[in-house]
Ligand binder design. Structure first.
Ligand SMILES: [Zn+2]
Length: 256
């Protein structure tokens, strides 16, 4: 057995004993001990964490004494790459409506990170937006959302989140990143022939970071492009016949 497996079994044992004590205290008072918890603990002792997790999540009772332990256990599973188990534990936590706001935010964030790690971006996005509805300055949720929008190439959404981060955090130079997002949008507009919007977002990129080399280069390129005077079609290559409106001799150097 390697060291991490040994540590894992130890952690599960500690959690199991902790939960056992929590519940036995309560149930001894009623003179009945919950047999499911004994079964769960038994699985832990027999090194069958899967079955123990089944039991603890299926009949899990969440209260202020146990919630931190479950959070720790769920996060531990995620770090081990056992996303399904982590997700089950965190899902179970967030279904409890009476959690204090701070704990609710913690549990939702943990669930969002499970989904993010599993690559289920739409669910992760929904969860982190829910976190923001509870705390609009939840920095870790903002950082995760930024990662999601970047992966999805949702640049407009990414700009909104990065602006927010830039106003509350000095950890990173978000202005530089925002300039890149604006460049992405600008380049897409230029590629589709929408010069006006392309230039608008290029301006925004340079406003965010006046030294943005990418924006400066794109600006240079847009100067040397060609445009159809008739329909507004643009291209980096000259042609006599406009491929868009099919008119002859309407394409001229643009932006000079
Ligand atoms: Zn044309």
């Amino acid at each position: 057995m390697d060291l991490s497996a040994l540590l894992f079994i130890l952690l599960l044992l500690v959690v199991g004993v902790f939960l056992f004590l929590q519940f036995s205290q309560r149930y001894f008072k009623k003179k009945t001990l919950h047999k499911d918890y004994l079964a769960g603990l038994n699985f832990l002792l027999n090194e069958e964490p899967d079955k123990a997790v089944d039991i603890f999540t299926d009949i899990l009772e969440v209260n202020k004494d146990t919630v931190e332990t479950y959070l720790a256990l769920g996060n531990f599973f995620r770090k081990r790459g056992e996303i399904n188990k982590a997700t089950r534990i965190h899902q179970n936590l967030v279904t409890h409506t009476k959690l204090p706001k701070k704990i609710r935010i913690e549990a939702l964030s943990a669930l969002g990170e499970d989904y993010l790690k599993a690559g289920v971006l739409d669910r992760a996005e929904r969860i982190f937006q829910e976190v923001l509805s509870l705390d609009s300055e939840a920095q870790s949720a903002l950082i995760c959302l930024l990662e999601i929008y970047q992966q999805e190439k949702s640049w407009h959404e990414a700009i909104v989140i990065a602006e927010k981060l830039s106003s509350i955090s000095r950890d990173k130079d978000y202005k530089k990143i925002i300039a890149h997002y604006n460049c992405e949008v600008a380049e897409a507009y230029f590629a589709s022939g929408d010069i006006e919007n392309g230039e608008l977002f290029l301006k925004r990129a340079l406003k965010s970071n006046p030294q943005c080399a990418r924006a400066l280069k794109t600006e240079q390129k847009s100067v040397s492009s060609y445009r159809c005077d008739h329909c507004g079609y643009t291209s980096k290559r000259f042609s006599w016949l406009c491929p868009s409106c099919k008119n002859w001799e309407e394409i001229h150097p643009y932006g000079g």
